[in-house]
Design a protein around this ligand. Structure first.
Ligand code: NI
Length: 159
């Protein structure tokens, strides 16, 4: 397990389309472990493989309060979505910034897990937002292209 370097907006790999995963190889397992380490280390709630420079359709998400509910989505597809939510969004590839994005409020996502078994994840609120945000990365789309109004700087809290 290792922390990988997170690519920052402007890196052309973030605008490329990722490829389907066809088999769970040792290399893919290592990538998933590293993506989870990298996401937790950066205090993120989600990370997509292109953000660490790998154009594979793999996403990790953990929206739990304690960061102990990792979710691995391989070749994910949103099969149902409805409602809308408008809220603040950020991205580990766009450090120190956030912006307002409108997303579906409820999604059903079909994907494979780390054992290449089919799974369905249903989410509302933050989980629905994270799924849509991370799946966008697999299409080369960063949330900044969907921001309503200005992209704002995060205000650093003094300690
Ligand atoms: Ni992101």
């Amino acid at each position: 397990m290792a922390i990988r370097k997170i690519r920052i907006e402007g890196d052309p790999i973030l605008n490329k389309i990722s490829k389907d995963v066809t088999a769970m190889t040792g290399r893919n397992r290592e990538l998933i472990d590293d993506m989870l380490d990298t996401m937790y280390e950066a205090n993120g709630v989600g990370l997509a493989a292109p953000q660490v420079g790998i154009l594979k359709r793999i996403v990790v998400i953990d929206v739990s309060e304690n960061g102990d509910e990792p979710m691995v989505l391989i070749n994910p597809v949103i099969v149902e979505q409805d409602g809308t939510q408008t809220g603040e969004e950020g991205c580990l590839s766009v450090p120190g910034k956030h912006g307002t994005v409108t997303r579906a409020d409820h999604v059903i996502c079909r994907a494979l897990d780390e054992n290449m078994k089919e799974r369905e994840i249903e989410g509302t609120g933050l989980l629905a937002r994270a799924i849509q945000h991370e799946l966008d990365h697999l299409e080369g789309v960063i949330y900044t292209s969907k921001v309503e109004g200005e992209i704002k700087d995060n205000v650093e809290e003094e300690e």
